[in-house]
Design a protein around this ligand. Structure first.
Ligand SMILES: [Zn+2]
Length: 155
């Protein structure tokens, strides 16, 4: 049974830096936490990955807003958001989709007459490669309890 969403901050060299335990239908990436990661690992955040319940590969409104805000904050560096969801119709048993925004460049905005805010456009690709951290995150989403850093069992 899908128990909770799991979030992971993945580095530019494709390595999970931090894991966040979410709830059954949401996982938060707290602002202060992301800034801390950014300061401790300068320019190393590639993607905010998280699991979704089975067959739910689209980003939620909350995800959309979060990704848009971080994309603006980190611009011109790119940051993306990966969603991993069980899907038995696929060869690897799950779907993995990466989303990111492109921000209109300052030059484009100026040449377009400086109207309103710079526009942002959402893109996505499906990742076919079976990545170890994606598999691990999905497994953790189906586990019932966890041992915290202090040795407490979290349910
Ligand atoms: Zn989500």
């Amino acid at each position: 049974m899908f128990t909770r969403e799991i979030g992971c901050v993945i580095s530019t060299d494709n390595w999970p830096l931090y894991t966040i335990y979410g709830e059954s239908s949401i996982v938060y990436f707290p602002d202060e936490f992301i800034w801390d990661v950014h300061i401790n690992h300068p320019c190393e955040i590639m993607t905010l990955a998280h699991t979704h319940p089975p067959y739910c590969i689209s980003i939620s409104n909350e995800d959309y807003t979060t990704l848009k805000a971080w994309s603006y904050a980190f611009s011109p560096k790119h940051i993306s958001m990966d969603v991993i969801s069980e899907n038995k119709d696929t060869e690897k048993g799950y779907s993995h989709r990466r989303h990111w925004f492109t921000l209109q460049t300052l030059e484009q905005w100026i040449s377009a007459g400086k109207k309103g805010e710079r526009t942002m456009e959402l893109h996505y690709i499906d990742i076919d490669e079976k990545l170890f951290w994606a598999v691990h995150m999905l497994n953790m989403s189906y586990t019932h309890s966890f041992i915290s850093e202090k040795g407490m069992v979290l349910k």
